[in-house]
Design a protein around this ligand. Structure first.
Ligand code: THU
Length: 141
């Protein structure tokens, strides 16, 4: 069970990462903070591109940063998203592609997805709840 103080820390780091978002096309800024099994926290932000296709979500940015640094086991992720330049005004739940990438490296039953909302509020769900009956690495072993 993730502690409230850790939830608050992850939300704060996700919101800080959000300020580094590069989103000139959608004007929608997202930040993420990924808690690794070893206790380290890796952040990410969405990065868009003039060719559109190469853009990446904040969640995958954080996961790919962590994996490329040698971490492959994750406990939780906080996500904070809203229009650029505005405080958090909505709950930005991870897109389907990001949920599937989380599935690759996390235990669906225990991985907590924290979605930050307005006024310091948040929603928390396991990956199993947001990606039920999923296909994963175990299908191919
Ligand atoms: N975005 C994320 O970073 N994470 C999500 O889970 C949903 C969408 C980004 C992608 C794009 O840069 C912008 O938000 C608008 O879709």
């Amino acid at each position: 069970m993730i502690e409230e103080s850790m939830i608050r820390k992850l939300i704060s780091l996700a919101d800080e990462a959000r300020s580094r978002s590069y989103a000139p096309y959608s004007n929608y800024a997202v930040g993420a903070a990924l808690l690794c099994e070893d206790g380290s926290i890796v952040t990410g932000c969405n990065m868009e591109n003039a060719a559109f296709g190469p853009g990446i979500c904040a969640e995958r940015c954080a996961i790919y940063k962590a994996v490329s640094d040698g971490r492959r086991s994750f406990k939780s992720i906080a996500v904070a998203g809203s229009p650029v330049g505005e405080p958090l005004s909505q709950y930005a739940s991870p897109c389907g592609v990001c949920r599937q990438v989380m599935r690759e490296f996390a235990d669906p039953a225990s991985f907590d997805i924290i979605v930050a909302g307005p006024d310091g509020e948040y929603r928390i769900n396991t990956l199993d709840e947001l990606l039920p009956d999923s296909f994963g690495p175990d299908n191919l072993s």
